[in-house]
Design a protein around this ligand. Structure first.
Ligand code: SF4
Length: 364
Protein backbone atom coordinates (compact mmCIF):
# COMPACT_ATOMS: atom_id res chain seq x y z
CA UNK A 1 0.00 0.00 0.00
CA UNK A 2 1.27 3.48 -0.86
CA UNK A 3 1.08 5.76 2.14
CA UNK A 4 0.61 9.36 1.16
CA UNK A 5 2.56 12.09 2.95
CA UNK A 6 1.55 15.73 2.97
CA UNK A 7 3.37 19.05 3.10
CA UNK A 8 1.94 22.26 4.63
CA UNK A 9 0.43 20.25 7.47
CA UNK A 10 -0.52 21.41 10.94
CA UNK A 11 -1.88 19.34 13.82
CA UNK A 12 -5.58 19.55 14.62
CA UNK A 13 -7.52 19.08 17.86
CA UNK A 14 -10.81 17.40 17.06
CA UNK A 15 -10.17 13.67 16.61
CA UNK A 16 -9.70 10.49 18.59
CA UNK A 17 -8.21 7.02 18.13
CA UNK A 18 -10.45 4.02 17.53
CA UNK A 19 -9.88 0.52 18.86
CA UNK A 20 -9.29 -0.85 15.37
CA UNK A 21 -6.29 1.43 14.86
CA UNK A 22 -8.03 4.03 12.73
CA UNK A 23 -8.38 7.68 13.73
CA UNK A 24 -11.76 9.43 13.70
CA UNK A 25 -12.05 13.10 12.75
CA UNK A 26 -14.57 14.85 15.01
CA UNK A 27 -14.64 18.22 13.25
CA UNK A 28 -17.81 17.65 11.27
CA UNK A 29 -20.70 15.18 11.52
CA UNK A 30 -19.20 13.01 8.80
CA UNK A 31 -16.85 11.55 11.41
CA UNK A 32 -14.40 10.19 8.82
CA UNK A 33 -12.52 7.15 10.09
CA UNK A 34 -9.09 7.14 8.53
CA UNK A 35 -6.08 4.89 8.31
CA UNK A 36 -2.57 6.24 8.00
CA UNK A 37 -2.22 8.29 4.79
CA UNK A 38 -5.93 8.50 4.03
CA UNK A 39 -7.73 11.79 3.40
CA UNK A 40 -11.18 12.61 4.71
CA UNK A 41 -14.11 13.33 2.44
CA UNK A 42 -13.19 17.02 2.62
CA UNK A 43 -9.82 16.21 1.04
CA UNK A 44 -7.87 18.71 3.18
CA UNK A 45 -7.79 16.75 6.46
CA UNK A 46 -5.90 13.50 6.63
CA UNK A 47 -4.38 10.92 8.94
CA UNK A 48 -0.61 11.38 9.27
CA UNK A 49 1.61 9.91 11.98
CA UNK A 50 -1.47 8.60 13.78
CA UNK A 51 -3.28 11.91 14.06
CA UNK A 52 -5.58 14.12 11.97
CA UNK A 53 -3.75 16.99 10.30
CA UNK A 54 -4.80 19.86 8.07
CA UNK A 55 -2.81 19.38 4.88
CA UNK A 56 -3.29 22.74 3.19
CA UNK A 57 -2.42 25.32 5.83
CA UNK A 58 -1.46 28.62 4.20
CA UNK A 59 -2.52 27.62 0.70
CA UNK A 60 -5.36 29.17 -1.21
CA UNK A 61 -7.20 28.87 -4.49
CA UNK A 62 -6.80 32.62 -5.00
CA UNK A 63 -7.67 36.03 -3.59
CA UNK A 64 -10.19 38.53 -4.81
CA UNK A 65 -11.82 41.71 -3.56
CA UNK A 66 -15.59 41.41 -3.77
CA UNK A 67 -18.51 43.59 -2.71
CA UNK A 68 -19.69 42.29 0.68
CA UNK A 69 -23.16 41.95 -0.85
CA UNK A 70 -21.77 39.07 -2.91
CA UNK A 71 -21.17 36.86 0.17
CA UNK A 72 -24.16 37.61 0.50
CA UNK A 73 -24.37 39.95 3.50
CA UNK A 74 -26.81 42.84 3.16
CA UNK A 75 -26.77 44.11 6.75
CA UNK A 76 -23.06 44.02 7.57
CA UNK A 77 -20.99 47.05 6.50
CA UNK A 78 -22.99 47.57 3.27
CA UNK A 79 -21.11 48.78 0.22
CA UNK A 80 -17.68 47.83 1.55
CA UNK A 81 -15.01 45.69 -0.16
CA UNK A 82 -14.12 42.32 1.32
CA UNK A 83 -10.95 40.35 0.63
CA UNK A 84 -12.15 36.84 -0.21
CA UNK A 85 -10.31 33.56 -0.38
CA UNK A 86 -10.89 29.84 -0.14
CA UNK A 87 -8.82 26.69 -0.25
CA UNK A 88 -10.02 23.42 -1.79
CA UNK A 89 -12.31 20.60 -0.80
CA UNK A 90 -15.61 20.54 1.09
CA UNK A 91 -17.25 18.42 3.77
CA UNK A 92 -20.56 18.19 1.93
CA UNK A 93 -21.06 16.60 -1.46
CA UNK A 94 -23.83 18.73 -2.94
CA UNK A 95 -24.84 17.46 -6.35
CA UNK A 96 -25.71 21.02 -7.37
CA UNK A 97 -22.47 22.61 -6.18
CA UNK A 98 -22.00 25.96 -7.92
CA UNK A 99 -18.29 26.10 -6.95
CA UNK A 100 -17.36 22.50 -7.69
CA UNK A 101 -14.07 23.35 -9.41
CA UNK A 102 -12.82 24.43 -5.97
CA UNK A 103 -14.88 22.39 -3.55
CA UNK A 104 -14.35 19.10 -5.36
CA UNK A 105 -10.79 19.77 -6.38
CA UNK A 106 -8.36 16.96 -5.69
CA UNK A 107 -5.50 18.87 -7.30
CA UNK A 108 -3.02 20.82 -5.28
CA UNK A 109 -2.65 23.02 -8.40
CA UNK A 110 -5.88 24.61 -7.22
CA UNK A 111 -3.96 25.80 -4.18
CA UNK A 112 -1.31 27.73 -6.05
CA UNK A 113 -1.38 30.88 -3.91
CA UNK A 114 0.37 30.81 -0.57
CA UNK A 115 0.05 33.43 2.12
CA UNK A 116 0.67 33.72 5.84
CA UNK A 117 -2.16 34.97 8.06
CA UNK A 118 -0.18 38.20 8.59
CA UNK A 119 0.18 38.74 4.83
CA UNK A 120 -3.57 38.35 4.32
CA UNK A 121 -4.40 40.77 7.12
CA UNK A 122 -1.80 43.26 5.84
CA UNK A 123 -3.17 42.99 2.30
CA UNK A 124 -6.74 43.53 3.49
CA UNK A 125 -5.69 46.64 5.40
CA UNK A 126 -3.56 48.15 2.63
CA UNK A 127 -6.21 47.44 -0.01
CA UNK A 128 -8.91 49.20 2.02
CA UNK A 129 -10.95 46.08 2.82
CA UNK A 130 -12.97 46.26 6.01
CA UNK A 131 -13.21 42.51 6.28
CA UNK A 132 -11.89 39.18 5.07
CA UNK A 133 -14.18 36.39 3.82
CA UNK A 134 -13.46 32.67 4.18
CA UNK A 135 -15.49 31.53 1.21
CA UNK A 136 -15.62 29.65 -2.13
CA UNK A 137 -15.35 26.42 -0.13
CA UNK A 138 -16.40 25.81 3.47
CA UNK A 139 -13.95 27.34 5.98
CA UNK A 140 -14.77 24.88 8.76
CA UNK A 141 -12.55 22.32 7.04
CA UNK A 142 -9.56 24.67 7.17
CA UNK A 143 -10.48 26.20 10.51
CA UNK A 144 -6.92 26.27 11.93
CA UNK A 145 -5.81 28.51 9.04
CA UNK A 146 -9.02 30.58 9.09
CA UNK A 147 -8.67 31.21 12.82
CA UNK A 148 -5.04 32.33 12.50
CA UNK A 149 -6.03 34.70 9.69
CA UNK A 150 -8.94 35.99 11.76
CA UNK A 151 -6.67 36.67 14.72
CA UNK A 152 -4.20 38.57 12.55
CA UNK A 153 -7.11 40.55 11.10
CA UNK A 154 -8.58 41.34 14.49
CA UNK A 155 -5.29 42.90 15.58
CA UNK A 156 -5.69 45.33 12.67
CA UNK A 157 -9.39 46.02 13.22
CA UNK A 158 -10.41 43.97 10.18
CA UNK A 159 -13.51 41.80 10.51
CA UNK A 160 -13.84 38.12 9.59
CA UNK A 161 -16.76 36.67 7.67
CA UNK A 162 -17.45 32.93 7.32
CA UNK A 163 -19.45 31.74 4.33
CA UNK A 164 -20.45 28.27 5.36
CA UNK A 165 -22.93 25.43 5.21
CA UNK A 166 -22.86 25.26 9.01
CA UNK A 167 -21.97 21.55 9.00
CA UNK A 168 -19.75 21.29 12.04
CA UNK A 169 -19.74 19.52 15.42
CA UNK A 170 -20.54 21.29 18.69
CA UNK A 171 -17.07 21.73 20.18
CA UNK A 172 -15.24 23.00 17.08
CA UNK A 173 -18.26 25.20 16.32
CA UNK A 174 -17.66 27.06 19.59
CA UNK A 175 -13.98 27.58 18.83
CA UNK A 176 -14.51 28.59 15.21
CA UNK A 177 -17.12 31.28 15.89
CA UNK A 178 -15.10 32.88 18.67
CA UNK A 179 -12.99 34.37 15.89
CA UNK A 180 -15.73 35.28 13.40
CA UNK A 181 -17.58 38.60 13.31
CA UNK A 182 -20.18 37.67 10.73
CA UNK A 183 -21.38 34.66 8.79
CA UNK A 184 -23.62 33.66 5.98
CA UNK A 185 -24.97 30.17 6.64
CA UNK A 186 -26.65 28.07 3.96
CA UNK A 187 -29.94 26.54 4.96
CA UNK A 188 -30.07 24.38 1.87
CA UNK A 189 -33.50 22.87 2.45
CA UNK A 190 -35.78 21.90 5.28
CA UNK A 191 -35.95 18.13 4.90
CA UNK A 192 -33.58 15.45 6.09
CA UNK A 193 -34.24 13.68 2.78
CA UNK A 194 -32.77 16.57 0.77
CA UNK A 195 -29.71 16.82 2.99
CA UNK A 196 -29.07 13.09 2.91
CA UNK A 197 -29.69 12.47 -0.79
CA UNK A 198 -28.42 15.67 -2.35
CA UNK A 199 -25.72 16.95 0.02
CA UNK A 200 -24.59 13.74 1.72
CA UNK A 201 -25.14 15.40 5.11
CA UNK A 202 -27.85 15.93 7.70
CA UNK A 203 -30.18 18.83 8.46
CA UNK A 204 -30.04 18.94 12.26
CA UNK A 205 -26.38 20.03 12.67
CA UNK A 206 -27.10 23.00 10.39
CA UNK A 207 -30.12 24.02 12.48
CA UNK A 208 -27.91 23.63 15.56
CA UNK A 209 -25.33 26.01 14.07
CA UNK A 210 -28.00 28.62 13.34
CA UNK A 211 -29.45 28.37 16.85
CA UNK A 212 -25.96 28.50 18.34
CA UNK A 213 -25.17 31.70 16.44
CA UNK A 214 -28.44 33.24 17.57
CA UNK A 215 -28.31 32.38 21.25
CA UNK A 216 -24.65 31.88 22.13
CA UNK A 217 -22.70 34.43 20.10
CA UNK A 218 -22.56 38.04 19.01
CA UNK A 219 -21.77 37.00 15.43
CA UNK A 220 -23.92 38.82 12.88
CA UNK A 221 -25.38 36.19 10.58
CA UNK A 222 -27.57 35.95 7.53
CA UNK A 223 -28.92 32.88 5.72
CA UNK A 224 -28.98 31.71 2.13
CA UNK A 225 -31.23 29.16 0.48
CA UNK A 226 -30.49 28.16 -3.10
CA UNK A 227 -33.81 27.14 -4.62
CA UNK A 228 -33.73 24.13 -6.93
CA UNK A 229 -36.87 23.48 -9.00
CA UNK A 230 -38.70 20.45 -7.70
CA UNK A 231 -36.23 19.75 -4.87
CA UNK A 232 -36.68 22.36 -2.14
CA UNK A 233 -39.03 24.99 -3.55
CA UNK A 234 -42.52 23.76 -2.63
CA UNK A 235 -44.82 26.13 -0.78
CA UNK A 236 -45.14 23.56 1.98
CA UNK A 237 -41.38 23.35 2.57
CA UNK A 238 -40.89 27.11 2.36
CA UNK A 239 -43.73 27.63 4.85
CA UNK A 240 -42.26 25.11 7.28
CA UNK A 241 -38.78 26.58 6.94
CA UNK A 242 -40.03 30.13 7.45
CA UNK A 243 -41.99 29.14 10.54
CA UNK A 244 -38.94 27.42 12.02
CA UNK A 245 -36.79 30.48 11.34
CA UNK A 246 -39.26 32.87 12.97
CA UNK A 247 -39.75 30.60 15.97
CA UNK A 248 -36.09 29.72 16.57
CA UNK A 249 -34.08 32.60 15.14
CA UNK A 250 -36.55 35.48 15.22
CA UNK A 251 -37.79 37.86 12.53
CA UNK A 252 -34.61 39.83 12.05
CA UNK A 253 -32.25 37.35 10.44
CA UNK A 254 -31.83 38.41 6.80
CA UNK A 255 -32.58 35.59 4.39
CA UNK A 256 -31.40 35.37 0.78
CA UNK A 257 -33.17 33.21 -1.79
CA UNK A 258 -30.85 32.56 -4.70
CA UNK A 259 -31.20 31.00 -8.12
CA UNK A 260 -29.78 27.62 -9.09
CA UNK A 261 -28.26 27.01 -12.48
CA UNK A 262 -27.47 23.50 -13.77
CA UNK A 263 -24.01 22.49 -12.58
CA UNK A 264 -21.78 19.60 -11.43
CA UNK A 265 -23.93 16.47 -10.99
CA UNK A 266 -27.26 18.21 -11.41
CA UNK A 267 -27.44 19.09 -15.08
CA UNK A 268 -30.93 17.69 -15.56
CA UNK A 269 -32.71 20.56 -13.77
CA UNK A 270 -33.77 23.88 -15.23
CA UNK A 271 -32.50 27.16 -13.80
CA UNK A 272 -34.65 28.64 -11.06
CA UNK A 273 -37.26 31.03 -12.50
CA UNK A 274 -37.39 34.53 -10.99
CA UNK A 275 -41.00 33.85 -10.03
CA UNK A 276 -39.85 31.09 -7.66
CA UNK A 277 -37.47 33.45 -5.88
CA UNK A 278 -40.22 36.04 -5.51
CA UNK A 279 -42.65 33.41 -4.23
CA UNK A 280 -40.15 32.22 -1.62
CA UNK A 281 -39.50 35.80 -0.50
CA UNK A 282 -43.23 36.42 -0.26
CA UNK A 283 -43.77 33.31 1.88
CA UNK A 284 -40.95 34.33 4.21
CA UNK A 285 -42.38 37.86 4.54
CA UNK A 286 -45.90 36.58 5.15
CA UNK A 287 -44.54 34.42 7.95
CA UNK A 288 -42.98 37.45 9.60
CA UNK A 289 -39.39 37.58 8.28
CA UNK A 290 -38.45 41.26 8.13
CA UNK A 291 -35.58 41.13 5.67
CA UNK A 292 -36.07 38.59 2.89
CA UNK A 293 -34.18 38.98 -0.39
CA UNK A 294 -33.96 37.52 -3.82
CA UNK A 295 -30.33 37.11 -4.81
CA UNK A 296 -28.18 36.82 -7.92
CA UNK A 297 -30.84 38.37 -10.18
CA UNK A 298 -31.72 41.97 -11.07
CA UNK A 299 -34.71 42.74 -8.85
CA UNK A 300 -34.68 46.18 -7.25
CA UNK A 301 -37.61 45.49 -4.95
CA UNK A 302 -36.50 42.00 -3.93
CA UNK A 303 -32.89 43.05 -3.42
CA UNK A 304 -33.50 46.18 -1.35
CA UNK A 305 -33.99 46.71 2.38
CA UNK A 306 -37.16 48.37 3.66
CA UNK A 307 -38.10 49.58 7.12
CA UNK A 308 -40.25 46.88 8.69
CA UNK A 309 -42.26 49.56 10.50
CA UNK A 310 -43.05 52.22 7.88
CA UNK A 311 -41.91 50.61 4.61
CA UNK A 312 -39.34 53.34 3.85
CA UNK A 313 -36.52 52.31 1.47
CA UNK A 314 -33.47 51.94 3.74
CA UNK A 315 -30.88 50.45 1.40
CA UNK A 316 -31.56 50.29 -2.32
CA UNK A 317 -29.69 47.55 -4.19
CA UNK A 318 -29.43 46.45 -7.76
CA UNK A 319 -27.66 43.11 -7.52
CA UNK A 320 -24.41 44.09 -5.69
CA UNK A 321 -24.59 47.89 -6.17
CA UNK A 322 -26.13 50.26 -3.65
CA UNK A 323 -28.49 52.88 -5.10
CA UNK A 324 -30.23 54.51 -2.09
CA UNK A 325 -29.42 55.05 1.58
CA UNK A 326 -32.22 55.79 4.03
CA UNK A 327 -30.53 55.03 7.37
CA UNK A 328 -29.41 57.51 10.00
CA UNK A 329 -25.79 57.50 11.17
CA UNK A 330 -26.69 54.98 13.88
CA UNK A 331 -28.66 52.58 11.64
CA UNK A 332 -32.23 53.84 12.18
CA UNK A 333 -34.90 54.57 9.59
CA UNK A 334 -34.60 58.21 8.49
CA UNK A 335 -38.37 58.49 8.22
CA UNK A 336 -39.74 56.83 11.39
CA UNK A 337 -36.62 56.26 13.53
CA UNK A 338 -37.11 52.50 13.82
CA UNK A 339 -33.82 50.57 14.11
CA UNK A 340 -32.74 48.31 11.27
CA UNK A 341 -31.04 45.10 12.40
CA UNK A 342 -27.42 44.86 11.32
CA UNK A 343 -23.93 46.31 11.63
CA UNK A 344 -23.82 49.71 9.96
CA UNK A 345 -21.50 52.67 9.81
CA UNK A 346 -22.57 56.30 9.53
CA UNK A 347 -22.17 56.19 5.75
CA UNK A 348 -22.23 53.25 3.33
CA UNK A 349 -19.18 52.02 1.45
CA UNK A 350 -18.69 52.93 -2.18
CA UNK A 351 -17.05 49.78 -3.56
CA UNK A 352 -19.89 49.02 -5.98
CA UNK A 353 -20.14 45.75 -7.88
CA UNK A 354 -16.47 45.44 -8.79
CA UNK A 355 -14.55 42.18 -8.50
CA UNK A 356 -10.78 42.58 -8.34
CA UNK A 357 -8.34 39.63 -8.27
CA UNK A 358 -5.34 40.21 -5.96
CA UNK A 359 -1.87 38.65 -5.92
CA UNK A 360 -0.66 38.45 -2.37
CA UNK A 361 3.04 38.12 -3.23
CA UNK A 362 3.81 41.78 -2.58
CA UNK A 363 2.31 41.57 0.94
CA UNK A 364 4.46 38.62 2.03
S1 SF4 B 1 -13.76 17.64 8.47
FE1 SF4 B 1 -13.18 16.37 6.72
S2 SF4 B 1 -12.05 14.63 7.58
FE2 SF4 B 1 -13.14 15.62 9.27
S3 SF4 B 1 -15.07 14.48 9.46
FE3 SF4 B 1 -15.47 16.24 8.14
S4 SF4 B 1 -15.15 15.51 6.03
FE4 SF4 B 1 -14.22 14.00 7.41
Amino acid sequence: MVIETFSDTVPTRYWHRLDDGRVQCDLCPRYCKLREGQQGLCFVRACQDGQIVLTTYGRSSGYCIDPIEKKPLNHFLPGTPILSFGTAGCNLACKFCQNWDISKSREFDTLADQASPEAIARAAGELGCRSVAYTYNDPVIFMEYAIDVAQACRERGIKSVAVTAGYICDEPRMEFYRYMDAANVDLKAFTEKFYRKITGGHLQPVLDTLAYLKYETQVWFEMTTLLIPGENDSNQELEAMSQWVVEHLGREVPWHFTAFHPDWKMMDKLSTPSATLMRARQIAVENGIRYAYVGNVHDLKGGSTYCHHCGHLLIGRDWYSLSDWGLTANGYCQRCDTPCAGVFESVPGTWGARRMPVHLGRFA
